[in-house]
Design a protein around this ligand. Structure first.
Ligand code: GDP
Ligand code: MG
Length: 163
């Protein structure tokens, strides 16, 4: 069985950029995978010999209606329920936000393995800015740059080490 990795986080942190980097076939629908619903983005990925399935979430822009916010929360919850592991993506440039705390609180009580990816951290693998993210209570921050391809291998190796 390929492990299923859900990418969650508030809008604009870089989940879709990370998804595209983790998967070869963009927006692939994994139709033959029992139990997966089809209203999110699934893609097959590979790291060396190890294969996995990534799920992108939040593939639409939030607007002023609270219905959209609820829909995003529901989408995140469904993806987490389907996943074997969760990558919680945050943004080093904005720092920790209230929405990050809300998502972290949800993820802490989900009984899934959660990995904290601090994105947009190109050239910042040792930055003191990373320390702030410990306050989310998710564990060690993994600095990555989804856009520039930095830190991705080490993040995914940590995720796949559990399987
Ligand atoms: P999503 O809403 O979480 O799916 O975020 P997107 O993947 O759509 O990215 C939001 C914005 O952040 C886009 O303008 C991306 O180009 C930018 N972005 C994503 N990853 C990185 C990164 O590693 N570094 C920088 N500097 N920008 C990034
Ligand atoms: Mg997106």
């Amino acid at each position: 069985m390929k492990p299923v990795i859900a990418l969650v986080g508030r809008p604009n942190v870089g989940k879709s950029t990370l998804f595209n980097r983790l998967t070869k076939s963009r927006d692939a629908i994994v139709a033959d995978f029992a139990g997966l619903t089809r209203d999110r983005h699934y893609g097959d990925g590979r790291m060396g010999q190890r294969e996995y399935i990534a799920i992108d979430t939040g593939g639409f822009e939030p607007d002023c209606s609270s219905g959209i916010v609820q829909e995003m929360a529901k989408q995140t919850q469904q993806a987490v329920a389907e996943a074997d592991a969760v990558v919680f993506v945050v943004d080093v440039r904005t720092g920790v936000s209230g929405q990050d705390h809300d998502i972290a609180r949800y993820l802490r009580q989900c009984n899934k393995r959660v990995f904290l990816a601090v994105n947009k951290a190109e050239g910042m693998s040792d930055s003191p800015l990373l320390a702030e993210f410990y306050e989310l209570g998710i564990g060690d921050p993994h600095p990555i740059s989804a856009a520039h391809g930095q830190g991705i291998r080490s993040l995914i190796e940590a995720v796949l080490a559990d399987f």
